[in-house]
Design a protein around this ligand. Structure first.
Ligand SMILES: [Zn+2]
Length: 242
């Protein structure tokens, strides 16, 4: 179920039943001439929808405007790069709200760049800070670290920041930028957002980083195999039956 769509009584039920809250996080970034610039958020949303079909979860509204560093092009190519502090501040305040809603397990899911990049780091930093600040907010005394029981209550792990492609899904799932893998992911989930006929000799380097496995040879079969593996790994991780 989507957080945006539920009523307060359904929210309370989801929290009490211990449903995980999945938080898709991505960016607006150019993905070659042939794909939607929202690719990295859209793919995570599609995966979350498929997880939700297999088990009980709540899906939060996405974080669409993550940092990109203009690593692959500028605004004229369809890329947005927000102020990092502003993004981090928003991410932290919304995660705080999710904790206040009562969710015991909040999982931020990311495919864009790596876990060491500004997008994932913004959420990891927010999660760590919220764990510590939460102790003081709840009135625990300074020096709480010495008390193992209090430390357990510090909400460690209540917020997790994870790559969309968990180790158990790779292979077949793999990463790249708008190449064989990402193009196949979108072909398998939102084919109307891909147009491989727009690929020509002017296509950027990342479309043909690997000559055989390129944006041109990307296909639904590979995409579906990746989607199935990624969803199965998540259902397993979240404790669903799948
Ligand atoms: Zn991408």
């Amino acid at each position: 179920m989507h957080l945006k769509h539920i009523h307060p009584d359904q929210l309370r039920h989801a929290v009490q039943a211990g449903y995980p809250l999945l938080v898709p996080a991505g960016c607006i970034e150019t993905h070659g001439p042939h794909m939607a610039i929202g690719h990295d958020t859209i793919i995570v949303e599609e995966i979350c929808d498929r997880i939700a079909a297999a088990m009980d979860v709540v899906i939060a509204p996405s974080f669409d405007y993550g940092p990109t560093g203009y690593a692959l092009g500028g605004p004229e190519d369809g890329t947005i790069d927000p102020n990092y502090d502003a993004f981090g501040g928003l991410a932290k305040s919304i995660l705080h709200n999710f904790l206040e809603m009562g969710f015991q397990r909040i999982v931020v899911i990311i495919i864009h760049q790596g876990m060491g990049a500004p997008l994932a780091q913004a959420f990891s930093k927010a999660a760590a800070e919220l764990s510590f600040e939460g102790m003081l907010e709840r009135g625990y005394p300074r020096g709480w670290w010495a008390d193992a029981k209090l430390k357990d209550e510090a909400a460690w792990g209540r917020i997790q920041v994870e790559p969309m492609i968990l180790p158990a899904a790779s292979p077949p799932a793999g990463g790249d930028h708008a190449g064989y893998n990402e193009t196949s992911f979108l072909l398998a989930t939102r084919p109307e957002l891909v147009d491989q006929s727009k690929l020509d000799e002017n296509a950027p380097w990342y479309c043909h980083e690997n000559e055989e496995k390129s944006s041109w040879s990307a296909n639904v079969e590979h995409g579906q195999a990746m989607v199935d593996a990624v969803v199965a790994a998540w259902v397993d991780r979240l404790g669903g039956k799948g």
